[in-house]
Design a protein around this ligand. Sequence first.
Ligand code: HPA
Length: 270
Amino acid sequence: MFYARSMTAFDRASEAAELIASRTGVAHHDVAIVLGSGWAPAAELFGEVLTEIAFTDIPGFSAPGVVGHGGSVRSLDLGDGKRGLVFLGRTHFYEGRGVEPVVHAVRTAAASGVKTLVLTNACGGLMPHWKPGTPVLISDHINFTGQTPLVGAKFVDLTNVYSPRLRALCREIDPTLEEGVYVGFTGPQYETPAEIEMVRRWGASLVGMSTVLEAIAAREAGLEVLGVSLVTNLAAGMSGEPLDHAEVLAAGQAAAQRMGTLLAQVLRAV
Ligand code: HPA
């Protein structure tokens, strides 16, 4: 007897990759970058955009529900025959659609042939000297979402989730870059000061609502991962001011030039 196998998350990512390949006319992309809140202006500095495809045209993607989160994929010419995919916006777990849509871009990148993935985000910082607009390399993470993109007995090693090689490369480009441990909450509420104090004692120095699940899915797919956070505000309870999404976006705008220049170099060097 023949049983039709139902479609898996990986089949859906392959479908998305096929659409990207046919629209771009390129069978294979080399590197991908996911841009978080407020990072979109930096993308203007990455290089020549050959094709731009709306998320709504790609299987498994949907228009982002949050202001400042973009909503398209760009195919870039990075020179020397190298092609990059830029995901302008991401799906967050707090949108309530489960984990698969959160990691779909990562799996689509992997199905497109990508070997190196850059995950960016906007986050709160726990170091008082990290002013809004400071980029920080993610050295490790704490997955505090209670979720995982892995299904079944997939014992993925996370010893070096964020590639030491890629971090060293970034510090060659910009020796002032510092590193921090990112803790991923589901959000969408910002943290309480008590939660910030808790994760500080755990060794975290960056807090946000993305990246960790994507990084896990990327390691499952064998991608080399670079994580770069843009500290947009001091974490809850540290400044005496309430947290505000508009402030997060404004810090991204202000830092766009520095971020764009850094990432443009990174995308060419990896
Ligand atoms: N907490 C969580 N997510 C964030 C923050 C924060 O302080 N700032 C930007 N994204």
